[in-house]
Design a protein around this ligand. Structure first.
Ligand SMILES: C[S@@+](CC[C@H](N)C(=O)[O-])C[C@H]1O[C@@H](n2cnc3c(N)ncnc32)[C@H](O)[C@@H]1O
Length: 312
């Protein structure tokens, strides 16, 4: 896909209305979309506020960002960066605090998944790459072909929650080197017993694990959430959409730690119970997509949205 396809390619933004509601949009504030992608959420924020505010978009994927520039360069400040660099990005944009809110819609976009050359898909043959930021050195191929059996089993178990991790790691070692996605997906299929409770592709969990390891997704997420909470001005919102339990657990835990001792009921605008809390957790239970959205966009099936508000 080339850059001119940006306008024709569609990535359907997940939980769009719910994210806008939880951001509590107000004119004249600073808003950050930390995973701007194809700009679905960012564009909606700008539209709902009629452009009244400062809009900052971040994405670590250079190709995605240059497509986004074609679409939104005149309306938003766009940065090719990891969201762990949010403080530097803000400074470069001339801001010290986020007065409106931060949105993060985690994971990979449909475009990244569908582009075989990026190596994220177990359904399309491509190089074992999986880098979101193509300027980094570590690829899935390097992990699969160089890591020890123990390291591979740990990655597949921890980041993929795959019961058959040891068997998969053993077979990888026996059969490597691997260069392409489909060869690896076939090997995994041979190691995983089909389950009547799980209709996902047998390679789903192994590919998820490798992607998380290549991009250090969980480490980056922790650091970003902690920094993001510090950078919010009082009253500003943090809205995060996750797609698997490992991410959701981290968001839940870090929000909970920041809300330390806060026992205010959800949606109460001011924390009255303690001065130590930094965040009021607005969503005690995550918001999920309704049946209609899941039918229209199967990606929404596993989405969970959590939101918090910075306290004074
Ligand atoms: C699910 S997509 C976002 C889609 C976007 N909300 C939209 O509506 O078009 C996730 C995006 O986050 C980016 N991303 C993932 N991890 C990132 C990180 N650590 N820093 C910055 N961007 C990241 C990916 O490159 C991808 O483009």
């Amino acid at each position: 896909m080339n850059e001119s396809d940006a306008t024709t390619f569609s990535h359907v933004p997940v939980l769009l209305n719910e994210a806008m509601d939880e951001l509590n949009l107000h004119p004249g504030k600073v808003w950050v979309d930390a995973t701007a992608g194809f700009g679905g959420h960012l564009q909606e924020m700008i539209k709902r506020l009629s452009g009244d505010g400062k809009f900052i978009g971040i994405d670590r994927d250079k190709q995605t960002l240059s497509m986004l520039r074609n679409k939104l360069a005149d309306k938003a400040h766009l940065f090719h960066a990891n969201y762990t660099e949010i403080e530097d990005v803000l400074r470069e944009a001339g801001e010290q605090q986020v007065t409106g809110g931060i949105l993060a819609d985690l994971g990979v976009s449909s475009r990244q998944l569908d582009d075989a050359e990026r190596g994220f898909s177990f359904l399309r043959d491509g190089p074992l790459d999986m880098r979101m930021d193509q300027s980094q050195n570590l690829t899935a191929e390097a992990i699969v072909n160089n890591y020890s059996e123990k390291e591979l089993a740990e990655i597949i178990f921890m980041y993929g929650e795959e019961r058959h991790s040891r068997r998969i790691a053993k077979r990888i070692i026996e059969r490597r080197p691997f260069k392409n996605t489909l060869a690896l997906a076939d090997l995994v299929r041979g190691c995983v017993r089909p389950s009547k409770y799980d209709d996902s592709h047998p390679a789903t969990r192994t590919f998820q694990a490798l992607r998380i390891a290549v991009n250090d997704e969980l480490g980056s997420l922790k650091s970003f959430l902690q920094q993001g909470i510090q950078l919010l001005a009082p009253g500003a919102r943090f809205v995060v959409i996750t797609f698997h339990s490992l991410e959701d657990r981290i968001v839940k835990q870090i929000f909970k730690e920041a809300a330390l001792n806060c026992i205010c009921p959800p949606r109460q605008p001011i924390c009255t119970c303690t001065k130590r809390s930094q965040l009021l957790v607005i969503t005690r239970k995550p918001i999920v997509a309704d049946k209609k959205e899941v039918l229209a966009n199967p990606r929404a099936r596993s989405a969970k949205l959590r939101a918090g508000e910075k306290l004074a």
